[in-house]
Design a protein around this ligand. Structure first.
Ligand code: FAD
Length: 514
């Protein structure tokens, strides 16, 4: 069994290690944001290592709280653990589930499991965020010192960040040139799209003592008290987001076959079921981005940038996901609460709690913004166009710090994903990678008329406006008196968009010293 270094917190438990015979050594596959058996590099290597394999998942309550995981996302993870455990059982791999209450507990828990099962090799897929990278580096150091081999793999990105760079070998800071380079890298090495099959069942039998340990720690809780969730939301989430990689795979195939061709034209209309809704599965690693790109590329006759416009556009959206991961690797300050454009730290953001709450609750008096926020609050998901409209309203119309909005989204999204969320917020707040200057400010009325012309989404999520006609529903305050608005229970606009826009531009100008 591994001898752990003296400063290791598990030195006590190491002595109790149950398997001491080197011939009984096992491999450990530590699952994190990669809850799948298909196209999982670390799992495939663990299975190929010729030893019995035990899988581990740590219910990292402290980390999840620290990173604002939404209860609906936690519920989704727990549900996917069940399907993962079933898939792993078919591969003769038991899933050990342990809990870490505080952030600092993850490391000792992992080291303890390694020790308990006598693992000589530990496999995982890299997590890119800075806290997770540091945690992993420390665990790897402890394991190496204890004579355990660590294998770190890639499962999050199609193209690793170091393969994409400018002519002078510096990182890209703007999406389009990044995307062009990304495409040229894949075109030159299409093997980057090779998928890793589900491994064959592991032949080597687990020592009985390890099998018993795994059985003792196989329970997956239905729910966690620390992440309470209303019953109604739970019911809805279970119906809308069934667990499992098979479901994700089927959704991908169905999307490509039935909606892929129309994607470019219809993707911006939130009332149309025109997008893939795969982000939820991607955010927990139930499906890999590589599988998404690979199948779209095949459907598009092995092309990425030319061919069927809907598929080309869809691939480019998955590349946005890659881009924001690239940004956090190349500019880790974005993981530390810092703006990507450092000079925007001088913007005098507002911290008005009352206004922030009106935005959170979907009571701004701007129907499309309110529909967006209520879609988030009642379903745990929001359409991309609405995310941009809601984020622009918070940061540009209310001048409230984008970090408040970023946090609120994470706390409520089933697809909450640090890189995409931070990237989306910073892009909209003009503190991020948007190549346009700060005066890209969404006009909520024009956005509403253009992207929800019939008010379908507004009627669904803001039912007090359901009876209004199409020409009134986007801006009820223009036709209805204060009294009439009060009667239907809808607020007056909390700001005048034109005036708020001018104020925002003036503030950004001042902050940039121009
Ligand atoms: P589709 O339109 O089918 O797109 C396919 C895939 O491409 C998505 O599943 C997603 O992985 C990726 N993608 C699409 N648009 C974007 C984008 N703008 N940025 C990055 N990747 C994209 N996405 C998250 O996954 N998690 C988040 O927490 C998140 N927060 C966001 C916050 C803001 C303010 C904004 C503007 C965007 C955010 N996004 C986030 C990106 C985007 O809104 C969602 O990925 C998308 O709405 C998911 O729907 P879909 O799966 O139907 O996407």
């Amino acid at each position: 069994s591994p001898t752990l270094s003296p400063e290791s917190p598990t030195v006590g438990t190491a002595k109790r290690s149950r398997s001491t015979d080197a011939s009984q050594a096992t491999s450990l596959m530590w699952f994190r944001t990669d809850l799948r058996v298909f196209d999982n590099e670390a799992l495939s290597k663990a299975c190929a290592a010729g030893r019995p394999v035990v899988a581990l998942f740590v219910i990292a309550k402290g980390e999840w709280k620290h990173h604002d995981f939404a209860p609906i996302k936690v519920d989704f993870v727990l549900r996917n653990l069940r399907t993962l455990a079933q898939s792993l059982a078919k591969l003769n791999i038991p899933l050990v589930v342990r809990t870490a209450d505080a952030v600092k507990d993850v490391r000792p828990v992992v080291l303890d499991v390694v020790s308990q099962i006598g693992a000589k090799k530990v496999f995982w897929n890299k997590e890119l965020e800075i806290d997770e990278s540091r945690r992993d580096a420390r665990i790897a150091e402890d394991l190496t010192a204890a004579g355990v081999t660590v294998s770190v793999n890639n499962s999050q990105m199609v193209v690793l960040p170091d393969l994409v760079f400018t002519k002078d070998r510096s990182p890209y800071t703007v999406y389009t040139p990044y995307k062009n380079c990304w495409i040229s890298v894949v075109d030159a090495s299409p093997n980057l799209l090779d998928l890793i099959p589900v491994p064959d069942p592991v032949a080597a039998a687990l020592p009985e003592i390890v099998a018993n340990y795994a059985k003792e720690h196989s329970e997956i809780p239905d729910a966690l008290d620390e992440f309470p969730m209303p019953d109604e939301l739970r019911k809805r989430a279970h119906a809308e987001w069934p667990a499992g990689e098979r479901v994700a795979h089927e959704r991908l195939v169905t999307f490509l076959e039935q909606r892929g061709a129309r994607y470019k034209d219809e993707r911006d209309f939130p009332a149309k079921p025109s997008t893939s809704r795969l982000s939820t599965y991607q955010a927990s690693g139930v499906i890999s981005s590589k599988l998404c790109v690979r199948l779209a590329w095949e459907a598009n006759h092995k092309r990425l940038a030319t061919g069927q416009p809907g598929l080309v556009h869809w691939i480019s959206e998955v590349v946005w996901r890659e881009f924001y991961r690239y940004i956090l690797v190349k500019f880790p300050r974005v993981c530390m609460n810092k703006p990507f454009k450092l000079e925007t730290d001088r913007v005098a953001w507002s911290y008005d709690k009352e206004k922030f709450e009106s935005w959170c609750e979907g009571k701004t008096g701007y129907p499309i913004v309110d529909a967006a926020m209520r879609q988030l609050n009642t379903t745990g998901w929001m359409h991309n166009r609405l995310r941009m409209i809601a984020a622009s309203f918070l940061t540009k119309d209310l001048l409230i710090d984008w970090r408040w909005g970023e946090k609120y989204f994470m706390q409520n999204l089933i697809d909450g994903d640090f890189a995409s969320n931070n990237g989306g917020w910073q892009w909209t707040a003009s503190t991020g990678t948007d190549s346009q200057p700060y005066f890209r400010i969404f006009n909520p009325l024009l956005q509403s008329e253009k992207f929800d012309p019939e008010g379908v989404l507004i009627r669904e999520f803001v039912p007090e406006l359901a009876g209004l006609s199409n020409d009134v529903i986007h801006e009820p305050s223009r036709k209805l008196s204060s009294k009439q608005l009060a009667r239907i229970g809808y607020p007056e606009p909390m700001v005048d968009h034109g005036a708020a826009r001018n104020k925002c531009i003036a503030e950004f100008k001042r902050a940039s010293g121009k």
